[in-house]
Design a protein around this ligand. Structure first.
Ligand code: PLP
Length: 400
């Protein structure tokens, strides 16, 4: 979910003074909480049962692989063979042969020279941005980027220029006149509206200015490109010396973890310098085994990627025909605009009561203040499930 690139403002009441009794230290939280209630922006956890009866259009399980028997078997066998945890950081005891196998196969599948697996996509983005920048580097970051890229910018010692969304001309302007290292960072598919970044144009601008291009392909892997090889493969940019990608193993691959893909020298640099790689316990073997099984399944069944795109296009067509403000998806994220945060919340709750789980994006998780329902175009939805989903969303839509 994108956010503003500025550091978070202090929340709630003014800081405690020395005169306050010590147990009042967190009283300011109550005021922050009341403020969230007033704005209709409270978030709560809703643990789901293993056998939830809801039709799921809220998860990121684009290909329906999280519970696929081959994938869960891959995870279970890895846990039995290698242990429940990785036992240490990757540079100490946390690298198993299974991690190395996943890195080789993931790099080969996506068309990159090398890969490095980390404990999450979030950690992968922090690793890539911080390791590829230094004091004096200019980072040019799309205003719609995911929070993890934004936090990478915040953590890096580089200067960040935030440019308007999907605007290669603005990237060119930001790079013009900068004398020194530069890195352009963008999501491949933006998580709020499901639109794709103009990767070929961005790559051209980067090349003209000698800048590196870092692309977060969290929503492209498994959905875009030939057989789901990702947005970089689709754009003919995979394997280029000036292009680095990050992916998550937690969406299309139905597992957990993240990875950085790129030239071998970039990966070797990350192994030696990326703090979220070095100072973090290696990814649990079960997650590695699950991701590897999913990757092999996807390589064997490439139709799954195209099917996710078809479901996305079909959802868009039918919801737009019903008069809803739905954005044309470039991958498997379908975004439907709601009139207000409160109505978005009620809409999602009404869908839930009718048996359909949908995502709900509200400020501050949206860069433009517009609240939305977020739907996942899962490749494994049956035609009957698609009908049900469309009927429920349309029937529960807020009246203008
Ligand atoms: C665009 C994007 N990048 C990175 C991430 C983080 O990946 P992970 O959940 O594996 O930490 C997400 C997941 O929410 C995402 O949507």
């Amino acid at each position: 979910m994108p956010q503003d690139h500025a550091p978070s403002p202090p929340r709630g009441a003014s800081p405690a003074t020395l005169a306050d009794p010590p147990e009042a230290a967190f009283d300011w939280i109550d005021e922050a909480c009341a403020e969230r209630h007033r704005a209709g922006l409270v978030r709560t956890l809703r643990p789901r049962p293993a056998d939830s009866p809801l039709l799921d259009l809220a998860s990121n399980d684009y290909l329906g692989l999280a519970r696929h028997p081959e994938v869960t078997r891959g995870a279970a066998e890895a846990a039995h063979r290698w242990g429940a945890g990785a036992t240490g950081s990757r540079l100490v005891t946390g690298s198993t042969e299974l991690h190395a196998r996943l890195e080789r196969e993931l790099a080969a599948f996506c068309g990159f020279e090398a890969a490095l697996v980390l404990s999450s996509g979030y950690a992968a983005n922090l690793a890539a941005v911080t390791a590829l920048t230094a004091h004096g580097t200019l980072v040019v970051s799309d205003a719609g980027n995911h929070a993890s890229l934004i936090d990478g910018c915040r953590l890096s010692r580089a200067r960040t220029a935030v440019v308007p969304h999907a605007a290669p001309a603005a990237v060119r302007t930001a790079l013009t006149g900068h004398d020194g290292r530069a890195l352009v960072v963008t999501d491949a598919v933006f998580s709020v509206d499901g639109d794709a970044a103009p990767l070929p144009a961005l790559a051209e601008v980067c090349r003209a200015h000698g800048a590196g291009l870092l692309v977060d392909d969290a929503h492209g892997l498994g959905v875009l490109g030939d057989g789901g090889r990702g947005a970089l493969a689709a754009a003919g940019l995979a394997g280029r010396g000036d292009v680095v990608a990050t992916v998550t193993l937690s969406k299309s691959l139905g597992s957990q973890g993240g990875a950085v893909l790129g030239p071998a020298r970039v990966i070797e640099h990350l192994v030696n310098t990326a703090r979220t790689f070095i100072f973090d316990t290696g990814l649990a073997p079960a997650a590695v085994g699950g991701a590897l099984a999913a990757l092999r399944l996807l390589a064997r069944e490439p139709r799954r990627a195209a099917r996710a795109r078809e479901v996305g296009a079909e959802l868009h067509r039918r919801l737009a025909a019903a008069g809803l403000a739905v954005v044309r998806p470039d991958a498997a994220v379908v975004s439907v605009r709601a009139p207000s945060p409160g109505q978005a919340l009620r809409w999602a709750a009404d869908c839930r009561r009718a048996g359909l789980a949908v995502g709900c994006f509200r400020p501050p998780s949206v860069p433009d203040g517009i609240s939305r329902l977020r739907l996942t175009a899962r490749a494994d939805l049956t035609p009957a499930q698609l009908d049900t989903a469309v009927d429920v969303i349309v029937a529960t839509a807020p009246t203008p």
